[in-house]
Design a protein around this ligand. Sequence first.
Ligand code: DVN
Length: 277
Amino acid sequence: MEHGEFRGPEKRRRRRCLVLSVALFVALILIIIVAVVLGLTLRQGSNELKHIFLDRCQKFKDSNCEEIWDAFQQAYVNRDPCQVPMEAYDPLVSVASFKPSCNRMMFWSKTKDVVHDFTEKRDCFVTLEDTLLGSVLDGLTWCGKEGSNETLTTGCPGWTDCDNNPVRSFWNRISAAFADVACGDVTAMLNGSIITPFSPTSIFATIEVKRFTSTRVSNLNVVLVTQENAVTNCTNASLKNLQKELDKGIKYNCKEVSESQLEECSSHPEKPCGACW
Ligand code: DVN
């Protein structure tokens, strides 16, 4: 066999090796680029959340925001995001405790937008979302994972994916703390456009109402927000359940108030607080 005959296959083999080596090298570079971009994105998400948290926290005078951030993080960092019970946030509630606002506390259920539209325009009521802990994370999502000290803001379990997820446990825990300081006349804005304004699975029902005690709370005033197509009224069966759930000694009353009446009242912040219903 002529020496030259080896050159053909040998040449082709070398060329194949070269192409394969270049392909592997390019693939390795791409993997490194993806890993770095992913790492930066995750870190950016974590830094962004902390920035928002501290920015909102600093609106509350005399708050040690770094200490509050550290107490917040310890609840979920380096933990399975479906194994974060509400008690994990106990140290956070300790460093950012709630102050009672007797006769001004507003609870709500299925009325998030209308209640905050109302309370923002008039300085009559305080909702959980008006407090430090209720505002720093409102509308945000976060979690951790085992083996990492990162705060993740993507790839986290959703509200219903598992009970003990970081976001739901946070809202459950601070809702409990807010209800624990409820005092005097307490108001609850409920939704008259749904069949069960007092939903048995809501935070208001499962956590907050259960913590109203007649030693502090004298009245629960339900404001049932109705629209033209009102679905229900104050005789609703679920509201009767609410009355049964209430601690004995807390007086209950309910008023149907149209959304338009609330809007009209909001546009006249000079009106006395009690004039809207
Ligand atoms: O009294 C209020 C307030 O103090 C708060 O702490 O708890 C009470 C409101 O909770 P709620 O009674 O369960 O009323 P909602 O309207 O069913 O739920 C309140 C919020 O929980 C929702 O607005 C959701 O927050 P979001 O996404 O609008 O920022 C969240 N939520 C409840 N069920 C959810 C859910 N988010 C996603 N999926 C669900 N199934």
